[in-house]
Design a protein around this ligand. Structure first.
Ligand code: CMC
Length: 428
């Protein structure tokens, strides 16, 4: 293949260089398009064909169902790594040595205390508030308690901001849950592992010691790893674009959390469980809901199905489906909605509507079933997704700032009124 793309507009032709990634993905570099063509731009709603950056963090091939963080396959990471190791690899580029991991964890622990005044903010939220709104606000509030913006030219400053948010965010997640449940706001224990401590902070009752169940700990590790990054999705692109204005790290993350909340993105895990519950309540008639999903006059979509990039299968869904079976078996939980989920999947995989559109279960289809078996309330599911995605967002923000990417500012094609005179209000 030549390394030039040719574009013909009217009588004029233009040449643009191709950019090739390490996995041979190809893009046309149109940096000079507008200046060379006297104002022509590209238009691509939803950015379905637009690469926003070159990135060395995550590779995914939607046709083959491949997902790798920093070159490590998601299958191997989910089986062999723990979440903190994966977070380190995403943020710093390689899996850590024992010493590097220990230092990272100690530094995180040393920065995990949140200003006690934040508790007053937590207290001010009604118990009925959606946890995603709460966690997004609390993350934003951290900027008030940590006002200095990150000096990205200083490795130390960058590192400190990373360990600060890795330490404080799980505390805020736990407080969001505890507030909802009327439990005192606590800190876990410095002697525990990162994920064990998250469980203790979330679930410890004031009148008894929290005993860690290894099945739950392993399931959470796996879920967090599977959610840790997914290249330029909606929330990550949000973090990068907000950060590109040189807004602070915490402010950029807070914006990313808001983007994640929507049901077409991370909010799908809550929506899936609510959908499965509704089908159960309605007598378990999966065929009726399949018909609704296919009916173009019905806004209902089969939540947890379809993906912008995966057009074969979502490798995360394969791992999560198996984990759901294992976790429910090991915990001895019988959840009738698992059968409904399996039934829907079987029907969809054999239905031409879904087959033709290449719609398969995505990461969110089975994750809620595991979260529920672990005792996590439905409204917290997307917060758990945010907890997993945190290192991905951090690494993408860090990469964007270190590469000194320009401010994100797309253009548009204007389709409104042409210039017209102002008419006094009495005369309109
Ligand atoms: N149920 C029924 N039809 C669907 C679904 C679905 N879940 N997803 C896509 N379609 C149809 C859609 O109506 C369209 O049909 P047609 O070509 O006849 O107009 C076709 O499939 C292509 O869909 P699209 O909306 O153009 O695809 P997209 O890439 O813009 O959207 C998606 C991807 C994930 C937003 C979409 O598949 C969806 O809404 N899925 C349900 C929500 C969900 O599970 N989201 C989680 C995604 S994975 C985790 C994450 O991103 O955080």
């Amino acid at each position: 293949m030549s390394d030039i793309a040719k574009l013909q507009i009217g009588d004029n032709s233009y040449e643009f260089p191709l950019v090739k990634g390490t996995e041979n993905e190809v893009a046309i570099n149109i940096k000079t398009l507008r200046s060379a063509t006297n104002g022509v731009i590209t238009i691509d709603p939803g950015y379905k064909n637009t690469g926003s950056c070159e990135s060395a963090i995550t590779f995914l091939d939607g046709e083959k169902g491949i997902l790798r963080y920093r070159g490590y396959t998601i299958e191997e990471l989910a089986e062999k790594a723990d979440f903190l190791e994966v977070a380190y690899a995403l943020i710093f580029g390689d899996l850590p040595t024992k010493e590097q991991l220990e230092k990272f964890h100690n530094d995180i622990k040393s920065k995990s205390v949140v200003d006690d005044d934040v508790k007053k903010i937590v207290d001010a939220f009604p118990k009925t508030a959606h946890p995603m709104g709460v966690i997004s606000s609390l993350t934003s509030a951290l900027t008030a308690f940590n006002p200095s913006s990150v000096n990205v030219d200083s490795e130390e400053d960058m590192y400190n901001s990373v360990v600060k948010i890795m330490g404080k965010f799980p505390v805020l997640v736990a407080w969001t849950l505890r507030k909802k449940q009327g439990l005192p706001l606590n800190y876990g224990s410095k002697s525990l592992g990162y994920v064990e401590n998250i469980l203790k902070m979330m679930f410890e009752q004031p009148n008894e010691d929290y005993v860690i169940n290894p099945i739950i700990k392993n399931a959470l590790d796996k879920l967090l790893i599977l959610h840790a990054d997914h290249e330029q999705n909606c929330s990550t692109s949000t973090v990068r674009i907000v950060g590109s204005s040189h807004a602070g790290l915490f402010a950029s993350l807070s914006a990313g959390i808001s983007a994640l909340w929507g049901p077409l993105h991370g909010g799908a895990n809550q929506a899936v469980l609510e959908m499965l519950e509704a089908i159960k309540e309605d007598g378990g008639d999966t065929k009726k809901y399949m018909a609704k999903a296919k009916d173009k006059n019905d806004p209902f979509r089969l939540m947890g199905f379809g993906h912008r990039v995966y057009k074969n299968f979502d490798p995360r869904a394969t791992i999560i489906k198996k984990a759901a079976d294992d976790v429910l078996n090991e915990l001895g939980v019988e959840d009738p909605i698992l059968d409904i989920a399996r039934g829907l999947e079987q029907e969809a995989l054999n239905d031409p509507y879904f087959v033709d559109r290449k719609l398969y279960p995505n990461v969110d289809f089975y994750s809620g079933i595991i979260y529920r078996a672990m005792g996590i309330p439905v409204e917290m599911f997307t917060v758990m997704f945010a907890l997993g995605r945190l290192p991905g967002w951090i690494s993408q923000w860090k990469e964007m700032r270190l590469k000194k990417e320009p401010i994100g500012r797309p253009r548009q094609i204007y389709t409104g009124e042409n210039e017209r005179p102002f008419i006094e209000i009495e005369k309109r």
